[in-house]
Design a protein around this ligand. Structure first.
Ligand code: NAP
Length: 311
């Protein structure tokens, strides 16, 4: 059962599980809309899509009783950090309240299978050094605060009620499904447009921020691995390498023999009220426990996105 099945990660996870011949129950807030990603992956008719409000605990309990899933993946969230400043209540409800409702539903229905929760690097705020799972949390956005709260709830239910739940703390990850509301895709699309039209200009916010960028399909396989590991445990899902948006702009525009400075204009209007300067994770725990290391580096991510978005 995948909550948030229409999102970037939810759709890719649906595809991956279908490939392994699993029955997939896809949960969305709406039954008949918002399936663009599932359509793009050509799997819209292969999952059983149901509508459910995670704000309503009764509805969750009924669905768990009805379907008795082997694993529940909770990827549902208002997932934009920027939007969370404008919509803090919606963000909090979609992350913290949903997590609480889901955990409590599992406790009440005696669901004893696995539940995976999507956490976020935003829980840690800015850090000059590589972030480790047990580092102090310092969220600086409503989104980061909601994810931190959700992370602590998952830990509490695991420790106190012995529910087999875990959080994968996800660092940024990209795919061809990301909209240009997200900055990595916005940079790639701007470079393509600038190549086609030398007069093209685009406005962006702070390009000095450094993030740890991964590839969604690779992270989805890690999510499945963590969810099914013998001992339920939390992990950071990251590459260990950080790049600024400026570097990504430079690397992308260079592919078209262009200078990003000629096409991207910095506009303070796009700056967030608070922003994380640097956030790069340490993937050591995944390597020690599961021998996992990211194989898809930043240049490969740029290549894949250009190849899929450039017609
Ligand atoms: P996404 O594309 O935004 O998908 C999230 C899904 O959540 C949406 O398709 C939507 O599905 C559902 N949703 C529930 N409440 C919502 C609300 N109030 N507003 C908007 N959508 C809502 O997110 P994603 O990139 O797949 O990320 C999956 C999970 O990983 C999320 O929990 C996200 O916070 C976390 N995460 C992602 C990244 C990343 O780089 N992608 C990094 C760190 C953490 P319906 O409309 O069908 O209900």
């Amino acid at each position: 059962m995948i909550l948030g099945c229409t999102g970037q990660d939810g759709s890719i996870l649906c595809k991956s599980l279908l490939k392994q011949n699993h029955r997939v129950i896809g949960v969305s807030r709406t039954k008949n809309t918002g399936s663009e990603n599932l359509k793009k992956l050509n799997i819209e008719n292969d999952i059983e899509k149901i509508s459910l409000s995670l704000i309503n605990q009764n509805e969750i309990e009924k669905a768990i009783d009805l379907y008795s899933p082997d694993t529940i993946y909770n990827l549902s969230a208002q997932s934009s950090v920027g939007k969370s400043f404008d919509k803090p209540s919606e963000t909090f409800a979609s992350i913290s309240l949903s997590t609480q409702n889901l955990l409590e539903s599992c406790r009440k229905t005696s669901f004893r299978n696995r539940i995976f929760f999507a956490g976020s690097s935003e829980m840690y705020g800015s850090s000059k050094k590589l972030i480790n799972l047990k580092d102090h949390k310092n969220p600086i956005s409503p989104y980061g605060i909601a994810k931190t709260n959700s992370f602590e709830l998952v830990k509490l239910y695991r420790d106190i009620f012995e529910i087999k739940c875990m959080t994968g703390v996800l660092f940024n990850h990209e795919s061809i499904l990301r909209s240009d509301q997200f900055v990595f895709t916005k940079i790639i699309k701007s470079a393509i447009r600038s190549y086609k039209n030398p007069n093209h200009k685009v406005q962006m916010g702070n390009l000095n921020i450094i993030r740890d960028w991964g590839w969604a399909e690779e992270y989805i396989e890690v999510i499945k691995m963590i969810a099914n590991a013998k001992i339920p445990n939390d992990y950071l899902i990251c590459t260990g390498k950080g790049y600024s948006l400026k570097t990504i702009a430079q690397k992308t525009f260079e592919r078209f023999s262009l200078r990003w400075e000629d096409h991207i204009q910095i506009n303070r209007q796009y700056f967030r009220p608070t922003d994380i300067t640097k956030s790069v994770g340490n993937p050591i725990k995944l390597y020690e426990d599961h021998k996992w290391k990211s194989k898809i580096n930043i240049d490969e991510i740029i290549t894949r996105l250009i190849n899929s978005l450039h017609d």
